[in-house]
Write a protein that binds this ligand. Structure first.
Ligand code: AMP
Length: 278
């Protein structure tokens, strides 16, 4: 484990021609993160993981303060998985006194998470750019769980000519369908039992699409109604959008990204699936 940027660079420089896979995380690791680490392990000679709860991507200070952390457990999991380098920087290392440079990505960040969490993607794009510059990875691994983040990173890598491949990995779920997330740790026992309703609602939309409901509005309404049957949920948004541009669709001709953000108690959960008409 290293803290400062010079140590990361020194470690990277010891193997300049080898392939490096980078997995950026905010810690409190679970099987979703570990699936990225294993994929990176299988495709690269070295694997680096960053653990950094990035203040710049939190618009709500309470959410930042309550974000779960357990560095000792994370490090043990990463060591077991054969991680070569773990970076756990202090916020002052990433954003020293006088820090003033931010990466703003256009249209694709304006809706959904970008609309609900102003400044979120600016924070993500800024810190990931810095990670790419510090680690110079051959490949970087992101989860489809954060679909808009994955699409935004693809846009950024193309637009800013980062010299690496992005690998987007499938969402890992609990047996009852709930997408694994560090935030699940903040759910009460009762909320945890209700939480798979999000996945059930998305599956109901997939079935409706197969049965002929192709209207985006009708599918959105179905998901909202399914989730809202339980008053413990408050729907932030339900979106049925083009998988590449994330623009809302009136009709699902082929495939669409169904993404959902809900509050369950005071925990905000997001999830998505790709709807397929055929
Ligand atoms: P986070 O620590 O929440 O910032 O997540 C770090 C990376 O792990 C991101 O690329 C996420 O999309 C990915 N990730 C988080 N949860 C899952 C999951 N359940 N399945 C697959 N990837 C995930």
């Amino acid at each position: 484990m290293v803290e400062d940027i010079a140590s990361v660079r020194a470690e990277r420089a010891r193997y300049p021609t080898d392939s490096w896979g980078l997995v950026p995380t905010m810690g409190y690791l679970h099987e979703g993160h570990m699936s990225l680490v294993r994929r990176a392990r299988s495709e690269n000679q070295h694997v680096a993981v960053s653990i950094f709860v990035n203040p710049a991507q939190f618009s709500n200070p309470g959410d930042l303060d309550q974000y779960p952390r357990d560095e000792a457990r994370d490090l043990a999991m990463l060591e077991d998985a054969g991680t070569n380098l773990v970076w756990t920087p202090h916020p002052d290392t990433v954003y020293p006194e006088g820090y003033a440079t931010y990466v703003d990505i256009g249209r694709i960040t304006e809706r959904l998470e970008g609309a609900s969490r102003p400044g979120h993607f600016r924070g993500v794009a800024t810190v990931v750019s810095k990670l790419f510059n510090v680690f110079e990875p051959t490949r970087a691994y992101f989860g489809q769980k954060d679909a808009q983040q994955a699409a935004t990173m693809q846009r950024m890598v193309r637009d800013l000519n980062f010299n690496l491949d992005l690998v987007i990995c499938p969402t890992i779920r609990a047996d009852d369908g709930l997408a694994l997330s560090s935030r699940n740790a903040r759910l009460t026992d009762e909320e945890r039992i209700l939480a798979p309703r999000i996945y059930d609602a998305m599956m109901a939309a997939q079935r409706a699409l197969h049965a002929g409901t192709v209207n985006g509005g009708a599918l959105r309404a179905l998901v909202i109604e399914f989730i809202s049957k339980r008053p413990e949920f408050r729907v932030d948004y339900v979106s049925i959008a083009d998988t590449a541009t994330l623009r809302e669709l009136e009709t699902v001709d082929d495939r669409a990204l169904l993404s959902v953000a809900v509050f369950l108690g005071d925990v905000r959960l997001i999830d998505n699936i790709t709807l397929d008409r055929h």
